[in-house]
Ligand binder design. Structure first.
Ligand code: NAG
Length: 139
């Protein structure tokens, strides 16, 4: 076996467990998950998640200007909605639970944010999703 090839294979094998920990959704995969939770305007939701986190359910944002942080696929803020280390905030949830691969709780909390403020609550949506939405017709 070519030595360089062997090294590439070894690196890939080493990285595999990490790759499987990070869950990056596809547009269609996320759309299906959102529909399961009764969401109908999925194009806006997918656009928002894409813009906020790259549809990465493990995303933790860099500190915001007010030192708060945003968690998970919808980048939910720990100033109002979740609490670090224990359940709390308006969603009564632990922020760390918003960064695992199970986005059911993220969706529940994001629905609450959306009910209260609409999509305008998300800068990512305001910046990227008002003019053009992703095409999900092939999902
Ligand atoms: C995801 O989390 C919810 C609670 O937030 C739980 O009811 C559900 O069973 C979990 N799904 C999986 C696949 O673990």
């Amino acid at each position: 076996m070519d030595r360089r090839f062997a090294i590439v294979v070894a690196v890939l094998l080493l990285l595999t467990p990490y790759a499987s920990l990070a869950k990056k959704f596809t547009r269609c995969g996320l759309a299906a998950e959102l529909k399961k939770h009764g969401i109908t305007d999925v194009r806006n939701w997918v656009c928002m998640a894409e813009s906020e986190s790259g549809m990465n359910s493990n995303a933790v944002g860099r500190p915001n200007r007010d030192n708060s942080r945003d968690y998970g696929i919808f980048q939910i803020n720990n100033k109002y909605w979740c609490r670090n280390g224990r359940r709390g905030g308006d969603c009564n949830i632990k922020c760390e639970d918003l960064t695992n691969n199970n986005i059911s709780d993220d969706i529940q909390c994001a629905k609450k944010i959306h009910r209260r403020h609409g999509f305008r609550a998300w800068y990512g949506w305001r910046n990227k999703c008002q003019s053009r939405l992703p095409d999900l017709s092939k999902c």
